[in-house]
Design a protein around this ligand. Structure first.
Ligand code: ZN
Ligand code: ZN
Length: 411
C-alpha cells in the first residue's frame, strides 16, 4: 500500500506540474468528486509548494447530482446560478489554471428524464460560453485526469470485489499516465515527444482528404481545411505556457472542414454521454451534417445531444490513435471518454479547437465559420478505431498515402 501512496503523489505532481503547469502567483481551480478528496489534497499540496496563490475547490458528488436530476424543481434545469457563471468567467479571465478530476459513474443518470438532461446542458452551455471559449482556444492552461471511485471501478471491473476493482483501476490509470515509480515527469515528456513525431509527419503532408474504411461499417470521407494543424502531446497557451490538457493522452488530432464530411461512421466502443451508456452508435453524414443517428441503447439521449444547437450535428475533431496503444492493449473498457478516446481513433461532434487552424487567433467568428471551423456548446468524442481500420490520406497534388493500415499508423 505504501507503494500506491507514493505513486498517487507522483500522479498528483504530474497533473499539477505538467498537466496545468501551475505558475507562481497563479490560482488553481480544482473540480473533484468528494470521494476523491485525498487526491485533491495531494494536488493542492503540490500546487502550493510550487507557489500557487490559492487553490479553489469545486466538490462534486454523484449521488447528489442524481438526486438533483430526479427531485429538483423543473425550472432549475433551465437556469444557471449567476455566481457559477462569474466564478468561471473571473478565473478564466485572470488566467487561472483549471484542473478537473473526472470520475463520474458512467451510468449515473440512467432513468433520469432525458429532457432535464438536455435542458441542463443547453443552459450551462450558453451560460458558460465565455469560459469554454477561453479554454478551447488555449487562453488558460487546463487539464483533465481521473482517479478511481468505487462506482466507476465496479462498472469497469464487475467481476472483482469493490476493493480489488479500485486497486485494479488505479493500476490502469497510473500505467496509462506513465507513472511507474521512476521520474513520472520525464516519462511523460518522452511520451509526448513520441506523439509529436506523428504530429510532424501529418503536418508535413497537410492532407486535403482522409478516407476511412473498416469492416464495422465505417466508410467515410473527411476533408481537412487548408491551414489545418495537427496537434498532440503538450499544448501551449497563448501566453506560451506549456500544458497537457488530457492525462492520459495518446491522440494526434485536428479539425475537419465542417461542411465536407460524407458517408457512414460506426462507433466501435460505447460512449458515456450525460450519465448514459450509448452503444452501437452510427451516423449517416452528408455535407458535414448528421442526417441520421442511430444507437442500440441511449438513442434518445444521443439524438438530444446532437440537437442541442446547430453545430452539435456537425463535427469538430478528427483524432488518430493506434490500435496498439497501451490503453487499447490493456483491453479494458473504461466507460470514461478520457480513457476510451485514447484507446481508439475517434471523432467529435460539436465544437472544433480553433487552435487547430493556422491564423485563427486573428479571425472573427464569421471568418472561422467560412473556413469550416465548427462552433457548438457540445464537444463529444466517440470511438471509431478497429484492428482493421484503414485511413488513406490524399494530398493536394492527388497523391494517395497510407496513414493507417490494420488499425495502426502506416508510417
Ligand atoms: Zn480527442
Ligand atoms: Zn475531443
Amino acid at each position: 500500500m505504501a507503494e500506491l501512496e507514493k505513486l498517487k503523489k507522483d500522479l498528483a505532481e504530474l497533473v499539477v506540474k505538467t498537466g496545468v503547469n501551475i505558475q507562481k502567483g497563479q490560482r488553481l481551480a480544482i473540480r473533484c468528486p468528494v470521494e476523491c478528496a485525498d487526491f485533491a489534497r495531494l494536488c493542492a499540496a503540490v500546487a502550493y509548494e510550487a507557489g500557487c496563490r490559492e487553490v479553489l475547490m469545486r466538490w462534486e458528488d454523484d449521488e447528489l447530482k442524481r438526486m438533483k436530476f430526479l427531485h429538483a424543481e423543473d425550472d432549475v434545469f433551465d437556469t444557471v446560478n449567476q455566481w457559477e457563471v462569474e466564478y468561471h468567467n473571473i478565473l478564466s479571465k485572470e488566467g487561472a489554471a483549471f484542473l478537473t478530476i473526472y470520475a463520474e459513474d458512467p451510468g449515473l443518470l440512467a432513468g433520469v428524464d432525458p429532457d432535464r438532461i438536455r435542458r441542463a446542458q443547453v443552459s450551462s452551455g450558453k451560460a458558460l460560453e465565455e469560459y469554454r471559449t477561453r479554454l478551447m482556444s488555449s487562453e488558460c492552461a487546463w487539464s483533465i485526469c481521473s482517479v478511481p471511485t468505487k462506482a466507476w471501478a465496479c462498472r469497469v471491473f464487475p467481476e472483482l470485489s469493490e476493493e480489488e476493482a479500485v486497486a485494479r483501476l488505479w493500476e490502469e490509470i497510473l500505467a496509462s499516465c506513465r507513472v511507474d515509480g521512476g521520474d513520472a515527469l520525464a516519462n511523460w515528456q518522452a511520451h509526448s515527444e513520441e506523439i509529436k513525431k506523428h504530429v510532424d509527419i501529418l503536418n508535413d503532408y497537410s492532407f486535403k482528404t482522409l478516407k476511412y474504411k473498416n469492416s464495422a461499417g465505417t466508410d467515410l470521407t473527411v476533408e481537412l481545411p487548408e491551414g489545418h494543424i495537427w496537434a498532440g502531446g503538450d499544448e501551449e497557451t497563448k501566453a506560451g505556457l506549456i500544458f497537457s490538457a488530457n492525462m492520459p493522452t495518446e491522440e494526434v488530432f485536428t479539425l475537419p472542414d465542417k461542411n465536407k464530411i460524407n458517408g457512414t461512421v460506426v462507433a466501435t466502443k460505447p460512449l458515456c454521454l450525460n450519465g448514459t451508456v450509448i452503444e452501437g452508435l452510427r451516423f449517416e453524414i452528408k455535407d458535414g451534417k448528421i442526417i441520421e443517428a442511430h444507437a442500440d441503447t441511449g438513442e434518445d439521449i444521443l439524438k438530444d445531444a446532437i440537437a442541442v444547437d446547430e453545430g452539435a450535428s456537425y463535427f469538430g475533431e478528427v483524432a488518430l490513435v493506434p490500435y496498439d496503444s497501451p490503453i487499447s492493449n490493456s483491453g479494458v473498457l473504461f466507460f470514461n471518454t478520457l480513457f476510451d478516446e485514447n484507446a481508439s481513433c475517434h471523432m467529435a461532434f460539436g465544437e472544433a479547437y480553433p487552435s487547430c487552424l493556422a491564423g485563427s487567433e486573428n479571425m472573427t467568428e464569421e471568418e472561422l465559420a467560412e473556413r469550416g471551423v465548427n462552433k457548438s456548446m457540445m464537444h463529444e468524442d466517440f470511438m471509431i478505431g478497429s484492428p482493421d481500420l484503414e485511413i488513406t490520406g490524399i494530398t493536394h497534388d492527388g497523391e494517395e498515402v497510407a496513414v493507417f493500415r490494420n488499425g495502426n499508423f502506416a508510417f
